[in-house]
Design a protein. Structure first.
Length: 317
């Protein structure tokens, strides 16, 4: 029976997270959907990941690969993608958890042949796998089925969002685009979402079938890393024929909330002086790269320049 179902690849890129990797891997193995392969790509971890994976070597559903050296986040994601044999692919973060029926539910969405990506709802958990009631849980303003064009515009306007661990998509489409763009760093997952938006319809299931873990070592908490990724995402959108027309929407998405964001993070002590100055330098690049900016955007950059001057006045420890 399982051989009649399309193969699904669950890729789990990992680095120094043996503490969480076992939970993620077990959730993948416990799927009710029978025809799966699991690819674990170890980005040269220095913890006990390699030792922990020995207990799974004999499982025919699991393939373990270890990089000789760290090749970066999107590079490790691409290892999973390039090895994948499945018709469909899901990138499961090594610290996230899938509910047992997740793959079965998401695969069913592709019965509509217009669909190229399906995603589900989620909850936020902490480092101890406890649901965080203080954190907004779930996808905001989802639509059960929408055109890719509508999805992309709403994504850029901040009207919706999703996480890689909750997204199942057609493998060959992302391979056709060369996989996750390396320059997009932590925004490489959003680049993939844009690709699928340009190729067809996006389907959504309201069931909370994914647990997204928020903890102190999340890559998204590295502010400069994420902002550099957004600059790389700009370049990807500009160079991709089917996405070029969305550059205007992307400018507004990228710059509009950034001043408030970095100011808020600095006040809370979650971003230091060198990092905030580097982030502001990237906005200066943005200013010169896109000269035809709205009055609002120019005022925003002026605010950032003023904020930069205030930061410069702070004495170093």
């Amino acid at each position: 029976m399982s051989e009649e179902l399309p193969l699904v690849t669950i890729g789990i890129p990992t680095y120094n997270r043996s503490k969480y990797l076992k939970e993620a891997l077990e959730s993948a193995l416990n799927q009710t959907y029978p025809n799966i392969e699991i690819i674990v790509s170890d980005n040269a971890s220095t913890d006990d990941t390699q030792e922990m994976m020995k207990q799974y070597i004999s499982n025919p559903k699991v393939k373990y690969f270890r990089q000789k050296e760290n090749i970066g986040i999107p590079g490790n994601w691409n290892t999973c993608l390039n090895i994948a044999r499945g018709k469909y692919f899901l990138l499961l973060s090594d610290d996230d958890i899938l509910e047992k029926e997740a793959i079965e539910v998401l695969v069913s969405k592709f019965q509509d042949n217009r669909v190229v990506m399906a995603y589900c709802n989620h909850v936020i958990i902490d480092g101890n796998s406890i649901i965080r009631e203080d954190h907004p849980n779930g996808v905001w303003n989802p639509k059960s089925l929408e055109s890719g064009n509508n999805f992309i515009i709403r994504r850029f306007k901040g009207e919706t969002g999703c996480y890689p661990s909750s997204e199942l998509f057609i493998t060959d489409i992302l391979k056709k685009y060369g996989g996750y763009p390396l320059s997009a760093l932590g925004a490489a997952d959003m680049a993939a979402e844009l690709v699928f938006g340009s190729e067809g319809y996006i389907s959504y299931d309201s069931r909370k079938l994914c647990k997204y873990r928020v903890h102190e070592n999340n890559a998204v908490k590295n502010n400069v890393f994420m902002f550099k990724g957004m600059m790389g995402l700009y370049e990807f959108v500009e160079k991709t024929d089917k996405l070029k027309r969305y550059v205007k929407e992307m400018r507004l998405y990228n710059a509009s909330p950034f001043y408030k964001y970095i100011r808020h993070e600095f006040i809370r002590g979650r971003i230091n002086k060198p990092d905030i100055l580097e982030s502001i330098e990237y906005l200066k690049i943005l200013k010169y790269k896109y000269r035809r900016l709205s009055l609002y955007k120019l005022k925003l950059i002026q605010k950032l320049a003023k904020f930069r001057r205030k930061i410069m006045e702070i004495k170093d420890d």
